[in-house]
Design a protein around this ligand. Structure first.
Ligand code: PEP
Ligand code: MG
Length: 761
């Protein structure tokens, strides 16, 4: 190995370059994983002029297994195991830092393993094999003579370990003798929050894909340094620009994140460390990744949550910098490159991003930051894609192309699962497929209970594509068309013509089945990128839905006009979100009347009938139902919002969102009050919150008197199956006394009732 003088720049270049080339060749040769590892250690030993080179890989229990060696006793391979933290190798893995010892034998941490025959070697260099902050294993070299390895030696070994890590996670060296151990060693289970039910087995595609560094060694360090400088300047400018725009997207936490990016981007230490790596002969990209890896392992050793948060910023910033260096801020994934069983993995994602992907190839979605009521979750549900949110750390743990299982029932995400886990989930998936086949056979059966009560099952939709599910699911109509989804996925405000065209397509595709169009429910958590909204302290209680529409009459008028045009010659059902007072209904009706009059005056064809409905989402309205009912043509309970306001528990805040049970006496009484009022005033009533889509909750609603409910397409089958096996009269006799009994939450008792009555839930 060549040694460098203090002022020379790339004396070790040949060794590193040759190692890189040989690694590439080894990976390209047809061979099994073990032979590849054997060849790798042989090559590294030769080029590092070391008598020993070994690879230890981490097992699931944190111990390190000798996987390949040149120089130690070959019989020790797969037999030598070091406990977590044991010996110098264990210490290297624990601390995630290189260990360079001229006299390892006499080091207090040295762990003697007679089977390896390593007592004759004195100098010892170990580097961690790091990937995304995880230590996958340790790469070592040893020599008989006592010597301290040079900085270049450490550098070469670290860069080699980086490349080795890529190959380990890509699976090209898996399948070695203890392949199962290896895959378990680098596999993970992350527990997140179910966003959209279902099960997906597939391969990971990273949204906002991390640029994979393939060139590590540079020919011209000066050119690399100047590429890096230009890229950092570009990065800084783009962050400054975003901060200076100061639009509504940059409010609150968003702004804080970008401020943190700016802080990092202007950190001279960061740039200096990357430049040093370049001076040692790396490409700009490899330098970014190296410094990211080093900083990560340092930060991860800090117990303080603050540093873990900063780590996210650093990662995001490094990823951005890599994208700038590779010439595009975001490289969209070409459809042809998507696996047929794509599981998208992202830190966070807007609904529009999700729709960029080819649906036919999407099997699942895993998000690090998004909760159940986020819009991307709504879109995932609409598309029927199993999704898990709040999957902390998933982006760091997954690599492009990794096998991955999304169990959106439990919220578990299995990354690089073992063959046993794959087999178990494969069985589960086949069971679900059988169940779905059963649901399909129910598709054309009307939802009638055992005692002859017809229950209308409708769909919640919001995108043109959703409407096709009407036929596939056998639902009775669209009980809630969330018009804002179209606005949210659009880059600019959809104008009258575009809106008319969308609504017309929806009505046409519904082919005579009723559609309830809800007027824009934006504001609060549903931000439109092109609509300026003030920052609010309590967005859920703020300027949203009908409040915003009435204050922006231009917006409401255009939408009403588009809906009237799109439903010419048919009935229009128009639903108002977040009604708090009856006055809001009167004002909205006046807008509709005015548009109708204008339309008729112009001689344009108008709808045969306009039915105006109110959503019951605000508790105040529960106490004014006798005033409300005569003013509207129908009622629809938005239980998602109604429950969040009744419980005073933010539906988007995971700490409290699932804390209170809808199947407890207070909400069930509130829901009964609405049924009673609708009956008194002879007004059609429906419920379109998430609870309608869960068979047990839907059963309770039917027991309360609801005869029409609206849900996500995937829920229609299971809910219909429940309806067909239910005797409503028995449930009604049982339910009200149970609510009044004072025994609290009814969930367990409802389950028991279903079991005893053989109701399919
Ligand atoms: C609800 O609040 O229950 C509802 C259906 O409306 P959204 O989920 O769109 O707020
Ligand atoms: Mg709502």
């Amino acid at each position: 190995m060549q040694k460098k003088g203090a002022d020379k720049i790339l004396p070790s270049e040949p060794a590193l370059r040759i190692i890189m080339r040989r690694l590439r060749e080894i990976m390209a040769e047809p061979s099994d994983g073990q032979s590849r590892l054997d060849k790798i250690v042989r090559q590294i030993a030769g080029l590092m002029v070391a008598e020993v080179c070994s690879i230890y890989l981490k097992r699931q229990d944190g111990s390190l297994e000798l996987f390949a060696t040149e120089g130690l006793n070959p019989a020790a391979v797969h037999n030598t195991l070091l406990k977590r933290g044991e010996g110098l190798v264990g210490r290297c893995a624990e601390l995630a830092v290189p260990i360079n010892e001229p006299d390892a034998q006499n080091h207090p941490a040295f762990a003697y393993r007679p089977e390896t025959g390593e007592e004759i070697y004195h100098s010892f260099l170990a580097v961690p094999v790091l990937r995304g902050g995880d230590v996958l294993g340790v790469l070592t070299v040893q020599n008989r003579t006592q010597k301290e390895y040079s900085d270049e030696d450490v550098e070469v070994m670290q860069t080699t370990a980086m490349v080795l890590a890529e190959h380990l996670v890509s699976g090209s060296v898996a399948g070695v003798n203890s392949g199962a151990e290896l895959s378990r060693a680098v596999g993970h289970v992350i527990r997140g929050q179910p966003l959209s039910d279902g099960l997906a087995l597939g391969h990971a595609v990273l949204h906002d894909m991390r640029v994979v560094v393939t060139e590590f060694k540079a020919e011209d360090p000066e050119a690399e340094a100047s590429r890096l400088e230009t890229a950092v300047e570009e990065l800084k400018a783009s962050i400054d620009e975003m901060l200076e725009q100061g639009d509504l997207n940059m409010a609150g936490e968003h702004r804080e994140v970008f401020e943190a990016y700016r802080m990092f981007a202007h950190d001279r230490g960061w740039l200096r460390r990357m430049k040093e790596a370049i001076r040692r002969g790396m490409t700009a990209e490899a330098a970014v990744e190296r410094v990211q890896n080093d900083t990560r392992s340092r930060m991860l050793r800090q117990a303080d949550a603050y540093w873990h948060e900063r780590l996210k910023d650093l990662d995001a910033l490094s990823d951005r910098l890599l994208r700038v260096l590779s010439g595009g801020m975001r490289a969209p994934v070409a459809v042809a490159d998507l696996p047929h069983d794509t599981v998208l993995v992202a830190r966070s994602m807007g609904p529009a991003d999700l729709l960029d992907y080819d649906r036919t190839r999407l099997r699942g979605l895993v998000l690090e930051d998004s909760g159940g009521q986020s819009h991307v979750a709504i879109v995932a549900r609409a598309l029927g894609i199993p999704a898990v949110g709040n999957a902390r750390g998933v982006v760091d743990r997954v690599d492009q192309g990794n096998p991955i299982i999304v169990d959106a029932g439990s919220g578990e995400v299995h990354i690089r699962p073992s063959s046993g886990v794959i087999a178990a989930y494969g069985e589960k998936a086949r069971f679900q497929a059988r169940r779905h086949r059963k649901y399909r056979t129910l598709r054309d059966k009307p939802a009638v209970t055992k005692d002859g009560q017809r229950i209308e099952l409708h769909l919640n939709a919001g995108l043109e594509v959703d409407v096709s599910q009407l036929k596939d699911s056998g639902a009775d109509g669209i009980g809630l068309f969330r018009t804002e989804l179209q606005f949210m996925v659009s880059a600019t405000l959809p104008r009258l013509e575009r809106q008319t065209q969308i609504y017309r397509t929806v009505v046409d595709r519904a082919a005579g089945k009723p559609v309830v169009f809800r007027t824009l429910d934006v504001g609060g958590d549903k931000a439109l990128p092109y609509l300026r909204q003030p920052e609010e302290e309590n967005p859920a209680l703020g300027w949203r839905a009908i409040r915003l529409s009435l204050d922006r009459p231009g917006l409401l008028r255009t939408q009403v006009r588009a809906l009237l045009r799109a439903t010419a010659g048919q009935e229009l059902r128009l639903l108002l979100p977040m009604v708090t007072t009856v006055g809001e209904v009167d004002m909205s009706r006046a807008v509709v009347e005015r548009e109708l009059t204008l339309m008729r005056r112009r001689g344009s064809p108008d709808p045969t009938k306009v039915l105006l409905g109110a959503m019951i989402e605000v508790p105040a309205l529960l106490y004014d139902l006798d005033a409300l009912c005569p003013r509207v043509d129908f009622l629809s309970v938005g239980s998602n919002d109604l429950l969040q306001y009744l419980f005073a528990a933010d539906r988007n805040n995971n700490r409290v969102a699932g804390r209170y049970d809808p199947l407890s006496p207070a909400p069930l009484r509130a829901l009964t009050v609405i049924v009673d009022a609708a009956r008194r005033h002879n007004r059609p009533l429906s419920l379109c919150g998430e609870m309608a889509g869960h068979p047990l909750e839907a059963m309770a609603l039917i027991g309360l008197g609801y005869r029409s409910i609206s849900m996500a397409p995937a829920s229609v089958g299971p809910v219909k199956s429940m309806v067909l096996s239910l005797d409503v009269a028995a449930l009604e006799r049982w339910l009200q006394p149970a609510i009044q009994s004072g025994e609290g939450n009814l969930r367990a008792r409802l389950k028991r009732f279903a079991e005893e009555q053989a109701v399919e839930i």
